[in-house]
Design a binder for this molecule. Structure first.
Ligand SMILES: [Fe+2]
Ligand SMILES: [Fe+2]
Length: 263
């Protein structure tokens, strides 16, 4: 099974950075890149911040672009999203209503079981996993403890060293989350967004990672005093291959570069 992960699309119509970020144009280029992949992924997952303001108009644009994907896709909410508006614009994604008011669900149709978690708080940038969400996770993981499983969540359950982002991170429930997943050796990966960069860290008995943004990236600056900044390093996605040994993850950039040159 092959899964492409995209994140932090930030589709926006208006706003002070729209002209700079061109989120729709970047998403279109990302969709073209994913459609050109051979072998074609079985699934695309988008790990939140799908839009900038969570408006119906932004979700309509998002839907128009994602409709060009030749691959089924799954969505989760980020801190910039509005879960109610997201559900309303993708009514065919009936699973997004399974754990309302939280946008959490499981998908059991692929060799890798997908467990999507909602880390968002209304109108807040930071994330949280409250007792109710963690209880849902504990029950969900207990259902199929022997099956390879992938957890999707927007805020990563680890500190990254990018201080201003860590202050907007998963501030509550991080340690409890690690405890809930610790006993499960079948969790292949915790796939996250929010950081607009590729970062990897061990959490519990598995590995958690973040994904580049499809448009702008967060500046890699680990100084305590660094201001929160974005840049236009090449956007990218991740390609996760379920091999016989486990999940193998590739970082891919979107753009035209010289090559390939055959050795
Ligand atoms: Fe984001
Ligand atoms: Fe975010």
């Amino acid at each position: 099974m092959l899964i492409a992960q995209i994140s932090d699309l930030h589709i926006q119509l208006g706003g002070k950075y729209e002209h700079l970020i061109s989120a729709r144009r970047h998403l279109a280029a990302c969709v073209d890149a994913l459609n050109a992949l051979l072998p074609r992924p079985d699934l695309v997952v988008a790990t939140g911040d799908l839009t900038e303001h969570g408006s119906h108009d932004e979700y309509r644009v998002l839907k128009q672009e994602l409709a060009r994907l030749k691959t089924p896709f799954l969505l989760i909410a980020g801190n910039h999203d509005d879960p109610a508006n997201l559900r309303a614009n993708f009514p065919e994604h009936v699973w997004m209503r399974d754990a309302a008011p939280f946008l959490q669900y499981t998908i059991d149709t692929w060799p890798l079981r997908i467990v999507a978690l909602d880390t968002t708080l209304p109108r807040r940038s930071e994330g949280e996993l409250c007792a109710a969400r963690l209880e849902w996770l504990a029950q969900t993981l207990a259902e199929q403890p022997g099956r390879p499983t992938l957890i999707l969540m927007h805020h990563p359950p680890f500190e990254t060293g990018i201080k201003r982002m860590d202050e907007l991170g998963l501030l509550k429930g991080r340690e409890a989350f690690a405890k809930v997943i610790e006993p499960y050796r079948n969790i292949e990966r915790v796939l996250c967004g929010h950081l607009h960069r590729s970062i990897v860290c061990r959490v519990g008995s598995t590995v958690a990672s973040t994904c580049p943004g499809t448009a702008h990236q967060i500046e890699l600056d680990l100084r305590d005093e660094a201001e929160l900044s974005f840049n236009f390093e090449p956007p990218g996605y991740q390609l996760h291959w379920l091999s016989p040994q486990g999940l193998v993850s590739h970082h891919a950039v979107i753009g035209d570069f010289p090559g390939p040159h055959v050795f």
